[in-house]
Design a protein around this ligand. Structure first.
Ligand SMILES: Cc1cc2nc3c(=O)[nH]c(=O)nc-3n(C[C@H](O)[C@H](O)[C@H](O)COP(=O)(O)O)c2cc1C
Length: 211
């Protein structure tokens, strides 16, 4: 069990002798059950921007007492959905690769976090493939309720993230017990490391704290 990270108020105590302290009052009357948070980090680029964003979210969620697992798609065996729709009857995919285990983790999570670079104004192909391969979860007793989206892109225009978010929102809509719970996007990040110092890292950390 963990306790709420909701801060009721902050008091600044000045002892008059040069010592002062800031005290945060938490809503500890309301114990909060730790959540099972699964983060899908879809960029294959090691140490990349979306992976760094995902790490910040994971740090916040773990510090708040949740169980956090980050699944990187790097090095995973992930085949395309064949569209056979056998899973509609069996709730199992006919392709026995790493995606079976990933879909199981998504099914069992309370919170799902999808981290992706923007590729041609869409989510990464590898994330799209994993979401397609989660089709056995459609109309199942999936547990996840909150879905968070973390995105990075080289551009930073008004519509840079629209296509990516729209695609992921479409997937969430197909799981009506779930909802889009939060979005963090970092534009203007191109090379590995560009995201360092970005306020998006702090946003992701704080979002993780509140899952
Ligand atoms: C194939 C490909 C397509 C891309 N398409 C876009 C795009 O449409 N818009 C954009 O702003 N950046 C685009 N980028 C840049 C990435 O989104 C950006 O570098 C991002 O920070 C990479 O995240 P990562 O380091 O987590 O892989 C593209 C990069 C690649 C490799």
């Amino acid at each position: 069990m963990r306790f709420s990270t909701h801060i009721i108020c902050t008091r600044h105590l000045d002892f008059g002798n040069g010592d002062a302290v800031s005290v945060k009052y938490y809503d500890i009357d309301k114990p909060v059950m730790p959540k099972n948070v699964v983060i899908i980090s879809s960029s294959l680029r090691k140490g990349g921007n979306s992976e760094t964003l995902a790490e910040s979210f994971a740090r916040g969620a773990a510090e708040a007492g949740n169980s956090v697992e980050t699944v990187s798609l790097r090095g995973k065996d992930i085949a395309f959905c064949r569209g056979c729709l056998v899973c509609q009857d069996t709730r199992e995919c006919v392709i026995k690769d790493d995606t079976v285990g990933i879909a199981r983790k998504v099914h069992d999570a309370d919170v799902v976090v999808l981290a992706t670079p923007v590729y041609y104004f869409c989510m990464s192909g590898q994330l799209k493939t994993v979401l397609d391969r989660c089709n056995p979860l459609y109309d199942s007793d999936y547990r996840f309720r909150d879905v968070y989206v973390l995105m990075t892109a080289a551009e930073d225009g008004p519509g840079t993230f629209d296509g990516t978010l729209k695609g992921i929102e479409g997937w969430i809509e197909c799981f009506p017990e779930s909802r889009l719970a939060g979005v963090v996007s970092a534009g203007g990040v191109w090379a590995v490391g560009d995201i360092e110092g970005s306020k998006a890292l702090d946003e992701a950390y704080r979002m993780g704290l509140k899952v």
